[in-house]
Design a binder for this molecule. Structure first.
Ligand code: GLU
Length: 297
């Protein structure tokens, strides 16, 4: 059996909160309890929201908790670096060229308003399904460059099925779920979907554990793994941590931010709170990482 390789891939757009710690802890425990290794990757593709100071704070908070990574981080220790997405453009470029060569990509100049104008009324959950406005009439087709246009990838009208370790069997039809999706934006920014697949594949990640808001993205990613000739990792999507109102934690929930938690608690207390949220322990008592490892999650 392959040694498990997990990863934590935060976006440095703010200080971490209990929800981030919860995901990091579960992912760390999952691989460490089986002798595996854990990667820290900084997902800073959004230049407007990402700040190096937040990446430093993420590292500092993980050190404070004792959640040490074997590879990665800002200084890029490990064989598969760099581990900061803004330094990995050449790898995404290479993958994009392969996708273009498959004949399934096309340039798209639709604005968000154009796309919303073609939405059916039932897509009221906020999802935007692209209806193929710019898709060439015959696909596959050679890629025609159009400066300033986004690059879209055609999706098949077929079910993609996978088994999530936590959520169980999933089936997603990409044509109905999102339609042809963007792999590179018109302004040159890489899509999360493309970057995460290239990174997880090239870093040898065998299990992707993250928040369940990304559950259905796994289908887009499995499709990309297939087109790029990579093996898909195992997926495990954990429930998001909510505040007392049952709403997903955000930067506004100050009492659960790492800043507040560090001022008022010890690392063992914070680990206990996160472990209790994950139902690993019956009440939020202080607990060490080594004691949590004994629980064999
Ligand atoms: N960077 C994403 C976030 O911070 C996580 C992406 C992933 O784990 O695949 O929400």
């Amino acid at each position: 059996m392959k040694t498990p390789v997990g990863r934590f891939a935060p976006s440095p757009s703010g200080r971490m909160h209990l929800g981030n710690i919860y995901t990091a802890l579960l992912s760390w425990l999952s691989v460490k309890s089986r002798g595996g290794s854990w990667i820290l990757r900084i997902e800073d593709l959004d230049p407007q929201r990402s700040k190096i100071e937040y990446a430093r704070l993420i590292e500092d908070d993980l050190h404070w908790l004792g959640l040490e990574w074997d590879e990665g981080g800002l200084d890029g220790v490990g064989p598969n670096g760099p581990y900061v997405q803004s330094r990995r453009h050449h790898l995404y470029e290479e993958a994009l060229e392969r996708l273009k060569a498959s004949g399934l990509c096309y340039p798209c100049s639709c604005t968000r308003a154009d796309i919303l104008a073609t939405q059916a009324p039932h897509e009221s959950d906020g999802r935007v399904v692209y209806k193929g406005t710019c898709r060439p009439p015959v696909m596959p087709s050679p890629y025609m460059d159009r400066p300033g246009a986004a690059v879209r990838l055609m999706v098949p009208d077929e079910d993609i099925s996978f088994i999530d370790r936590i959520k169980g069997p999933q089936t997603v039809n990409l044509a109905r779920h999102c339609g042809d999706f963007i792999v590179r934006r018109g302004d040159g920014a890489w899509s999360y979907q493309l970057a995460v697949v290239v990174d997880d594949a090239l870093m040898g990640v065998t299990e992707v554990m993250r928040g369940d808001d990304l559950l259905l993205s796994a289908a887009q990613q499995i499709y990309l793994y297939r087109l790029l000739g990579f093996d898909s990792p195992e997926f495990a999507h954990v429930p998001l941590v909510c505040n007392e109102q049952g709403i997903r934690l955000s930067k506004r929930d100050r009492s659960l931010s790492m800043e507040y938690l560090r001022e008022h608690h010890t690392p063992e207390e914070v680990l206990g709170i996160a472990a209790h949220r994950a139902s690993l322990i019956p009440s939020p008592f202080p607990i060490s990482l080594s004691a949590l490892l004994q629980l064999k999650v």
